[in-house]
Design a protein around this ligand. Structure first.
Ligand code: PLP
Length: 380
């Protein structure tokens, strides 16, 4: 059965052009980048080239780019790295309740070491008011960490404005751009970001490669101890093929953006309009300030997981956005922070499009979903 993949927020397929760029470093060019002979130097040259490629897209210096093992590690390095480096100056962190767990659980971890976190609330669209961030800042604030776009509901946050407020107070600002990377402009100067996290598998690159931009002068305490790779910011033999793949994928995503995104957002808009014609459905996230590929909903009187299973039988891969913990399905922390009633939050469905989805894919969903919802409601 042909799979209709509508879970690009979870991960994406590796682009064939990215695989081509990676293959030499998985086969003949297998040297360790720390070795001084030719094979090792080739590996180091490949990493240097990848770093320059990423820096060009982010509008920063190559020395400000660190490769990590995933988006979660980039978030951890940014938050713990800053927090532990500046603990003597201040022990206060500012974030939002709709962040990814890579950020939320890192802040909770730091609370065990004496840090205090302010979670600035969002509105019913999941959007922050930059002035609320400004009001949360104190003389003790060591870091503000806010996502560029939400992974569940797709809402885009006013990060440039938040960054401007932080910069005026000389407080480092970290942007979790893991969902936005490959879809929205990511010039770090325009975003007023001091730190920015990306993850290659979200933009048709390999899994297991993260990127962290850290502005020169921002002091980060490394979180992986060992060798002096990545200019001492992250020990461990470099994943050369992965790094080359991440940089190639990022470049291709931004080269393709003007062609791909208008098409993807048109599919999204058709999907949203069609799904909202189902009685008892509601769009989640901001109506306009949302990722071009994200269509997310809640349905009255239905469990999101049941919708997923019904769609899976048709070969459709989708998500609810809620986390499955120890057998019980908790409603999403994002939807609850947006003040959705718990009952409704249980009926969530997230459809995230990608560059290879077609009009026929949208037709299939729009033909199947009303019947699925109706049947599930009758079963309750
Ligand atoms: N931050 C956001 C907003 C995400 O959506 C994700 C992954 O879904 C991550 C961080 C973690 O990225 P990774 O899966 O590469 O660890």
């Amino acid at each position: 059965m042909h799979t209709i993949y509508l879970d690009h927020a979870a991960t994406t397929a590796l682009d064939a052009r990215v695989l081509d760029a990676m293959i030499p470093y998985l086969t003949t060019e297998y040297g360790n980048a720390s070795s001084i002979y030719t094979l090792g130097r080739h590996a180091m040259q490949a990493i240097d080239g990848a770093r320059e490629e990423v820096a060009e897209i982010l509008g920063c210096r190559p020395t400000e780019v660190t490769f990590t093992g995933c988006g979660s590690e980039s978030d951890n390095l940014a938050i713990k790295g800053i927090a532990f480096a500046s603990q003597k100056k201040g022990n206060h962190l500012v974030t939002s309740p709709i962040e990814h767990h890579a950020v939320l659980h890192t802040c909770q971890y730091l609370e065990r070491f004496g840090f205090k976190t302010t979670y600035v609330p969002v509105d019913s669209y999941g959007r922050l008011d930059p002035d609320d961030i400004g009001r949360a800042l104190t003389d003790q604030t060591a870091l503000v960490s806010i996502m560029y776009a939400n992974n569940e509901v797709g809402t885009i946050e006013p990060v440039a404005e938040i960054g401007r407020i932080c910069r005026a107070r000389k407080i480092p600002f970290h942007v979790d751009a893991v969902q936005a990377g490959g879809s929205l402009p990511i010039d770090v100067a325009e975003l007023n970001a001091d730190l920015l996290s990306l993850s290659a598998h979200k933009f048709y690159g390999p899994k297991g490669v993260g990127i962290l931009y850290a502005r020169q002068g921002v002091r980060l305490l490394p979180q992986v101890q060992g060798g002096s790779q990545e200019r001492g910011k992250r020990a461990g033999t470099e994943n050369v093929a992965g790094i080359v793949g991440a940089a190639t994928a990022l470049r291709l995503a931004y080269e393709d953006l003007p062609r791909v995104m208008p098409r993807v957002s048109a599919l999204r808009d058709r999907l949203i309009a069609g799904v909202l014609s189902i009685a008892g459905s509601q769009l989640t996230g901001h109506p306009t300030e949302r990722l071009p590929n994200n269509a997310s909903f809640v349905f009255e009187g239905v469990e999101g997981e049941s919708i997923l299973l019904s769609l899976d039988l048709l070969g459709v891969a989708a998500s609810t956005g809620s986390a499955c913990t120890s057998g019980s399905v908790d409603p999403s922390h994002v939807l609850l922070a947006m003040h959705l009633p718990v009952e409704l939050a249980h009926g969530s469905l997230r459809l995230t499009l990608g560059k290879d989805n077609t009009d026929e894919d949208v037709d299939t969903i729009l033909a199947a979903l009303p019947g699925i919802i109706e049947k599930l409601r009758q079963l309750r």
